[in-house]
Design a protein around this ligand. Structure first.
Ligand code: UDP
Length: 418
């Protein structure tokens, strides 16, 4: 335990923690912190840390405790063994039983217990860290937890203590002021200003109590504002559904866009692949010149008509041409069959063309050996070349291929690899 300080209030009128006489410690409240409780609250007030859970209204057990006309209110104040400087003995004590009783009575005037006969409303208080004023802090937290549980109440209960320190009346005592002060006076008030808790430890004059009550009213008013603010924040938060729907749509749109992004990214590649496939198909299906002409004829009727006229004229020319008839007569039946196509017929129009179209056997029979040599085609000439010429030609054709297969080249690759 720390030693007693020489002064609890400085010459400037400030307390050891920097507060003035009428100021409360900073308070922090969280609501609905326990998922299994019907209502809950976590409260920090100075160095006090308190957790409250409310259960009910629920069927009271044992049944002998049930009331036919109202709910039974049970309040259990428990101080954790680690909550104080010196280890607190676990379990109920005279102090904790007393605090539980007076705190329960602080709520009985406001809780509408008559609405829930044969039931119980349980308030469990756990002091996690104590620094004086734990009962008042627990009442403030329990009030919020009861509201969080939806327990009908006539109003909130607020609690604060005043005391006497260094001969001065101060509000909301801290641990040093509680231990070394002259008096401690905890009070609980309803919203209507009715007193539901009043205790006194020490000695106070009526004037000091009156002055202290004025401080408590001020403090409880500030605490009530904090409680109401916390409850409004949870239960009066406006639901902006009209704005939420567009946001949801926006999110959906973004998600849809995100889903389509990958396909958009791959789209160019897919398009390139499709183009390549189409080009390959076109190459495979690329028609010959005749087919192309036929296709053009099919597509453009005027051109087809013109071509038909040209063909007819050519046929007429072929039929009427004496030279052609002579050529045809000169040709053998096989030649005529080979020259059945229009192009062959046109090529055979002149005698020279007919001669060129003659077979090799006919050329050999009709022409001399020199004429036959002149009439030979390039392929025939190549075939007629001597073996040496053929070998030379083969060397020329195979030469580059052999270079590619030159082992020295593969050897250079190996050197590069090294
Ligand atoms: N205290 C303690 N051990 C105990 C009981 C109380 O150290 O067994 C401390 C604790 O910090 C408590 C303070 O004494 O807050 C004042 O206790 P009191 O009985 O006056 O109740 P409170 O002011 O906490 O409502």
């Amino acid at each position: 335990m720390s030693d007693k300080p020489n002064k609890l209030i400085t010459d400037d009128g400030l307390r050891l923690d920097g507060r003035r006489a009428d100021e409360i410690r900073p308070m922090k409240i969280e609501i609905g912190v326990l998922s299994r409780a019907d209502g809950s609250c976590y409260l920090e007030w100075g160095r006090n840390k308190i957790l409250v859970g409310v259960f009910g209204p629920r069927e009271a057990h044992p049944r002998r405790l049930q009331r036919a006309d109202a709910a039974v209110i049970r309040y259990r104040y428990n101080m954790a063994s680690f909550s104080v400087e010196d280890r607190a003995r676990p379990g109920p004590s005279r102090r904790s039983i007393e605090i539980s009783k007076v705190s329960r009575e602080a709520f009985e005037p406001v809780i509408m217990a008559e609405l829930y006969p044969k039931t119980a409303i349980d308030i469990f208080v756990e002091i996690l860290q104590a620094d004086a004023g734990t009962r008042t802090a627990a009442i403030n937290a329990s009030s919020i937890a009861l509201a969080d549980a939806g327990i009908p109440m006539k109003g909130l209960v607020t609690s604060c203590a005043f005391g006497k320190v260094d001969g001065q009346i101060v509000l909301d005592l801290n641990k040093e002021e509680d231990n070394y002060g002259e008096a401690d006076f905890p009070v609980a008030l309803t919203q209507d200003g009715e007193i539901t808790l009043l205790q006194m430890d020490g000695h106070l004059t009526p004037e000091e109590i009156k002055k202290g009550f004025e401080l408590v009213k001020k403090g409880c008013k500030e605490i009530l504002e904090i409680q109401q603010t916390v409850l409004r924040k949870k239960f009066e938060t406006p639901v902006e559904e009209p704005e939420a729907e567009p946001e949801a749509k926006t999110v959906d749109t973004e998600s849809e866009a995100a889903e389509t992004e990958p396909s958009l990214e791959y789209a160019p590649e897919a398009a390139a692949v499709e183009e390549t496939i189409e080009e390959a198909e076109e190459l495979e299906e690329e028609p010959s010149e005749e087919t192309t002409k036929a296709g053009a004829v099919t597509e453009t009727v005027p051109e087809a008509e013109e071509l038909e006229e040209i063909v007819k004229e050519a046929e007429v020319e072929v039929v009427d041409g004496e030279a052609i008839e002579e050529a045809i007569e000169a040709e053998s039946e096989e030649e005529a069959i080979e020259a059945e196509t229009e192009e062959e017929a046109i090529e055979a129009e002149t005698e020279e063309e007919a001669i060129e179209a003659e077979t090799e056997e006919e050329a050999e029979e009709a022409e001399t050996e020199e004429e036959a040599e002149e009439a030979e085609t390039e392929e025939e000439a190549i075939e007629a070349e001597t073996e040496e010429e053929a070998i030379e030609a083969e060397d020329e054709s195979k030469g580059p291929w052999k270079v590619v297969k030159d082992p020295s080249e593969s050897g250079s690759r190996g050197e590069n690899d090294e």
